[in-house]
Design a protein around this ligand. Structure first.
Ligand code: ZN
Length: 194
């Protein structure tokens, strides 16, 4: 959990940000977290053949959850803005599927994965997250239970209502979108234009 002044991918501002890439960079820690969530799923008698999450945020998490559950680990990705399952990954209607996401704010990306699966007659059984900052279960309307390791309610504001902006601060975008992106390079080492 980072503290500061952040612009979330939803456009909202917040003083907290969950950067799960940093949490998962240590494989042993990622494995322990996945084991803990798998334990809770097994306690509900839920078993899975496939774990799938939206790239990029959930790729590592899906893989670790698959390891913990003894399932296959897949990811969905965007192509021309549309979520899809590529790379020869196949999910069958008979597969018991867990959809995962690292941080659940609105559940938007995971919901797109659910829709892709349902379009292929695959009905996932549950959602698995690391951090749920939604304050509820955004997948209730999809008829799916949500299991998360941590439920953390975090303040967030519209930009115009943000007290940090009003105090003269400037929000940073720490997420996967454009975070730490290098400035457009003017390197001449390559020689030609691209
Ligand atoms: Zn702000």
């Amino acid at each position: 959990m980072l503290e500061g002044h952040f612009e979330l991918s939803s456009g909202m501002h917040s003083d907290r940000y969950f950067q799960c890439a940093l949490l998962l960079e240590e494989p042993r820690r990622a494995e322990a977290l996945a084991q803990a969530l798998a334990e809770r799923l097994r306690a509900k008698n839920l078993q899975f053949d496939v774990v799938i999450g939206p790239a990029l945020g959930a790729v590592t998490w899906a893989y670790e959850m698959a390891r913990a559950l003894g399932a296959r680990g897949l990811f969905a990705e965007r192509q021309n803005d549309a979520m899809c399952i590529r790379r020869g990954f196949v999910v069958k209607p008979t597969d018991r599927v867990l959809v995962v996401e690292d941080v659940i704010t609105t559940g938007g990306s995971a919901r797109e994965v659910i829709q892709v699966l349902r379009a292929q007659s695959v009905n996932p059984l549950a959602i698995g997250g690391i951090v749920n900052r939604s304050g509820g279960n955004p997948f209730e309307k999809d008829g799916l239970p949500l299991f998360a390791l941590a439920d953390v309610e975090v303040k967030q504001w519209k930009k115009e209502d943000c007290p940090l902006c009003k105090a003269g601060g400037k929000a940073v975008k720490p997420g996967s979108r454009a975070a730490n992106a290098p400035a457009p390079s003017t390197s001449t080492t390559g020689g030609g234009r691209t």
